[in-house]
Write a protein that binds this ligand. Structure first.
Ligand code: HEC
Ligand code: HEC
Length: 353
């Protein structure tokens, strides 16, 4: 289906361009979408189709999702919408000089974050904060995005890196014009939204669908909650400490996604001049899933890993000797390796990109 549409458009383009000679801007498919060629076009490989809508989550996840899901009624995940979102997420054409994509700073193999403390934008400039792991974003009940919650919704957030001067450096009109030069987009927009029109609003909807679809649910923790496996003694003690201990980690990082529902107080991080949400040094925390193997933790990436976090003097995050090994063992059970290799979340562009 896809290839057919693609070919007929290419044929149309050829005929059209023959008719108007060398003028590239006058070619249209439906009277509204100009087609000009893009010398840097590299087509994504979409020969395998994937399912994103209506994932059957285990009960402990489905129950929680029903309580906190931030999916708006006008943008449920569809297979075609998330497929378009996947292409957009990995397309370097979304950046001014065609060098980086969302996936450059949110790397699948790193649980959709970056191992650099600050990430590099399209001209080599650095982001102000550490990149966030895009895991279980749809479980953040208020729907507010970024460490300081400055984006009201995920739909609003996804257009911000595109327009950020350091990250991707585009304007929305430039974005729409650029996408219209790429022959694979009209049919993807058609399938996702019922017409070939390329608008930044549709870009936002599709990107948000793809990001919301990224939900880890195949960790050891999940198998234990389904009664398929058991915790070791140390892991079980760690879970107790996490939920009932003096530190009550779970009051801020509640299971099963271990995502805070609100930004929380400053923890005395080595930090200068970043006042976070509401100017009082409060920050959102991403999900603690896969956090045990991540590096550069917290909003400024200043904490090397969970070991340094437990040993350090970060309020509410330092843990006395005996509990550290058990809490670490428990946090390790939250790692879902499948999300890092699942082809439906992978880069569809050939590696020359
Ligand atoms: C140059 C690196 C870079 C690029 C490119 C980039 N991001 Fe990010 N992303 C970040 C950083 C850094 C943050 C945290 C920024 C902050 O909170 O101030 C972030 C935060 C986010 C968040 C917030 C997550 C949460 O839990 O609040 C989402 C969602 C997101 N990015 C999606 C995207 C999408 C979609 C794209 C592509 C359109 C993209 N990012 C491109 C670096 C990047
Ligand atoms: C008062 C609420 C609160 C409590 C209690 C709390 N946390 Fe946090 N945690 C947060 C917030 C908020 C952040 C992000 C703060 C920042 O980046 O400045 C965070 C960050 C983290 C991070 C780094 C996440 C990342 O992606 O960088 C880990 C890991 C973590 N907490 C684990 C724990 C553990 C384990 C405990 C119990 C020993 C605990 N937390 C107790 C609120 C809390």
């Amino acid at each position: 289906m896809h290839t057919q549409t693609h070919h007929s458009q290419a044929r149309h383009l050829l005929i059209c361009c023959l008719l108007v000679g060398l003028s590239m801007s006058a070619c249209t498919t439906n009277g509204t979408t100009p087609i000009v060629t893009n010398p840097n076009e590299v087509a994504p490989n979409l020969s395998t189709t994937y399912t994103y809508a209506n994932t059957t989550f285990p009960k402990h996840i489905a129950d929680a999702l029903a309580q906190v899901d931030n999916t708006p009624s006008n943008n449920p995940i569809t297979d075609a919408g998330a497929t378009l979102g996947r292409v957009l997420f990995y397309d370097t054409q979304l950046s001014k000089n065609n060098t980086i994509s969302c996936g450059s700073c949110h790397k699948q193999e790193l649980s959709f974050t970056d191992d650099a403390i600050k990430s590099k934008g399209f001209q080599g400039g650095l982001t102000a904060r550490h990149s966030m792991p895009l895991l279980s974003v749809r479980f953040y009940q208020s729907g507010k995005m970024f460490w300081d919650e400055r984006a009201a919704t995920l739909e609003a957030q996804v257009l911000m890196p595109i327009q950020d001067e350091v990250e991707m450096g585009m304007t929305l009109p430039e974005l729409e014009q650029r996408l219209a030069t790429l022959s694979y987009y009209p049919s993807l927009f058609q399938k996702a939204f019922g017409s070939t029109a390329i608008t930044s609003e549709r870009v936002a909807l599709a990107l948000a669908q793809f990001v919301r679809a990224i939900v880890p649910y195949q960790s050891k923790y999940d198998r234990v909650k389904q009664g398929l496996e058991s915790f070791t003694t140390s892991e079980a003690r760690g879970e107790q400490l996490f939920t009932n201990g003096r530190d009550a980690c779970s009051s801020c990082h509640p299971p099963p996604m271990f995502i805070t529902s609100n930004p929380a107080r400053p923890f005395g991080l080595p930090n200068t001049g970043d006042n976070g949400a509401d100017g009082r040094g409060n920050f959102k925390s991403p999900s603690l899933r896969n956090t045990a193997e991540r590096t550069a933790l917290f909003h400024n990436g200043s904490i090397a890993d969970i070991e340094q976090m437990f040993n350090g003097r970060i309020r509410e995050h330092g843990v006395a000797g005996g509990g550290r090994a058990d809490l670490t063992a428990f946090l390790r059970t939250l790692t879902d390796n499948t999300i890092k290799t699942d082809p439906k979340f992978s880069n569809p562009f050939p590696s020359v990109k």
